[in-house]
Design a protein around this ligand. Structure first.
Ligand SMILES: Nc1ncnc2c1ncn2[C@@H]1O[C@H](COP(=O)(O)OP(=O)(O)OP(=O)(O)O)[C@@H](O)[C@H]1O
Length: 326
């Protein structure tokens, strides 16, 4: 297990991680989600003892990272791609790690094989593509056959086949009873892999929940309606106290009201072209949850960048209205 208790990290005035407490459990994939700059990498660096917490504590199986004997045999991590000497071959890079961590040499070939780098094992890593670099980083994480694995944005730079491969690898590792902690800023990616979610925004814990509960609690259900008799249907719905919102060509009614709307339309002989129950996407649920803590926004036709303080409120409202639209 990885246990965080009141974990806090300040860089000068900036609070990168703010009083985080949660536990990452074995046997499942825990997704660590947050917008850019939310504090995910900083948290992961503190787990590995690469950054010292300003306050609070983080333990791996009850111990601080620096108390672990041969730490790679407890926890393997992929933090930054290409964090190695480019003049070395993939084989030699892993061999050095193995020898300095009391790991048998045979593991080097095993993990190269697992990540599909056997054919280029003797090539210098400086010629590696981003995807090959990610695979080498994952090989290093797996080297000590650890019970805990931590991956920071592991699908970055991978092609679709590579993304599929890493998803399956994480699922296999979790099914072997290992702890898998994986960060992403993409909800859609997490939805395909994670069983449990920890969501942070501006360093603060926003949610610590199963994926199923997250979906149930955060995604909005509504009914999408298309009709050639729009004004008439709006009047009928209004008369029954049902609020419908126009969204382009369609009308949207909040809640699971498809049957009620269908019966009303039939009673008033209103033609419907479409009456379909919808659930807002997980990406929308994630944006809704983190709306107030997004630091970097992009607008159509404008470069992305930090939001000036005066515009933050306005932007939050825009996120909100986007969400409520319908
Ligand atoms: N060494 C540092 N000195 C100063 N500020 C830092 C440092 N490292 C991180 N930060 C700041 O802390 C905040 C959290 O950064 P962090 O990289 O942990 O976020 P993240 O969630 O991993 O983001 P991303 O998804 O963009 O990788 C950011 O505002 C960042 O600018």
């Amino acid at each position: 297990m990885i246990e965080l208790e009141g974990l806090t990290k300040r860089y000068g005035e900036k609070v990168a991680v703010n009083n985080l407490s949660f536990t990452v459990r074995p046997g499942i994939i825990t997704g660590f989600l947050g917008p850019n700059g939310a504090g995910k990498s900083t948290t992961m660096r503190m787990v590995l003892g690469l950054d010292r917490p300003t306050a609070g504590d983080v333990r791996i199986d009850g111990k601080h990272y620096d108390q672990l004997k041969d730490p790679l045999t407890y926890i393997g991590a992929l933090l930054e791609a290409k964090a190695w000497h480019g003049g070395r071959s993939a084989y030699n890079h892993l061999l050095c790690l193995a020898q300095s961590n009391g790991i048998p040499t045979r593991r080097v070939r095993e993990v190269l094989d697992t990540v599909g780098l056997t054919a280029v094992a003797k090539k210098k890593t400086k010629g590696f593509s981003l995807g090959m670099g990610q695979r080498l980083g994952i090989a290093a994480a797996l080297l000590g056959d650890p019970r805990i694995l931590m991956f920071d944005e592991p699908v970055n730079g991978l092609d679709p086949e590579g993304i599929h491969w890493i998803r399956n690898l994480m699922k296999t590792l979790a099914s072997q009873g290992r702890t898998v902690f994986v960060s992403s800023h993409l909800m859609s990616e997490m939805a395909l892999t994670a069983d449990h979610l920890v969501v942070i925004g501006q360093g603060r814990l926003l949610a610590d929940t199963s994926m199923a509960d997250f979906i149930a609690e955060n995604s909005r259900s509504y009914v999408r309606i298309r009709t050639p008799q729009r004004e008439r249907l709006l009047d009928v719905l209004h008369g029954e106290g049902v609020t419908a919102v126009e969204a382009g060509e369609v009308l949207e009614v909040d809640g699971d009201k498809a049957e009620a709307v269908g019966e009303l339309a039939a009673r008033h002989q209103i033609v419907l072209y479409e009456l379909s129950p919808q659930r807002a996407s997980l990406e929308e649920a994630f944006m809704q949850l983190t709306a107030e803590s997004v630091e970097y926004h992009a607008h159509d036709g404008q470069p992305a960048g930090p939001v000036p303080p005066g515009q933050q409120q306005q932007q939050q409202q825009q996120w909100g209205s986007e969400w409520r639209k319908g």
